[in-house]
Design a protein around this ligand. Structure first.
Ligand SMILES: [Zn+2]
Length: 226
């Protein structure tokens, strides 16, 4: 009897470990209030492991940068913490990938891009670390696009009529992460490289979009791969 229980437990444990190693267990991503509280607490305790990021950080000026944005349900923030690398990948490549999506559905030419998101920073106290722990991932709920002809469209991730838009976006983003960040193609799929979406039950309403940590053509071990 005891032996059976042990076997059962070890199966449960090992399957958990495997999935934790391979997949991004969707780490809790903070709301603006939770983020403020998290830092306040860390500062009070002098917890430098939480306060010090391992990768350089910058700000996204959501109201005024070339790509604008807002946390879903909130106004745009004057400054939101983001890693240098995610910010530069957004600035340099995101509009092009949105345009590839627009081309796929014949919607037109992108003029202005606005991102409605569910957060960037995640809880930093877990290991291995989520890309959110380093501000290297953004959970995208919708792209709000203004076209050169003046039309505005909000392309919600969970709206099935935009599935081919998001497929093209994800292929483009995956190729970007491979070409400019030296990451291997994840699980043989460009679409699953640097993003997680409808194939995962926790990603029906938002698309996790990241710049994974890659060294010498492989994924760095301490972090989730996406
Ligand atoms: Zn995410």
């Amino acid at each position: 009897m005891k032996k059976k229980i042990l076997i059962f437990l070890s199966l449960v444990l090992s399957s958990h470990l495997i999935s934790a190693d391979e997949e991004h267990q969707h780490a809790h991503v903070f709301t603006p209030e939770e983020e403020a509280r998290f830092y306040e607490e860390a500062r009070r305790k002098g917890d430098f492991d939480i306060l010090n990021f391992r990768f350089p950080q910058t700000s996204w000026r959501e109201c005024t940068d070339v790509i604008t944005g807002n946390y879903s349900g909130y106004n745009c923030a004057n400054r939101r913490g983001i890693s240098d690398i995610l910010k530069s990948f957004m600035d340099d490549h995101m509009s092009q990938c949105v345009q590839e999506g627009l081309d796929e559905i014949n919607m037109g030419e992108l003029d202005q891009l606005h991102i409605i998101h569910d957060g960037i920073l995640g809880d930093r106290r877990h290991s291995p670390r989520s890309m959110h722990a380093e501000n290297r991932a953004i959970d995208i709920r919708a792209f709000k696009v203004t076209l050169y002809n003046g039309e505005e469209h909000t392309l919600k991730f969970n709206d099935k009529k935009y599935r081919s838009f998001y497929e093209a976006f994800r292929n483009c983003w995956g190729q970007t992460v491979v070409t400019y960040n030296g990451c291997p193609v994840y699980a043989g799929s460009l679409q699953r490289t640097g993003s997680i979406g409808w194939e995962d039950k926790n990603h029906q309403n938002h698309m996790h979009t990241s710049v994974p940590y890659c060294v010498n053509g492989s994924y760095g071990g301490y972090y989730y791969k996406r």
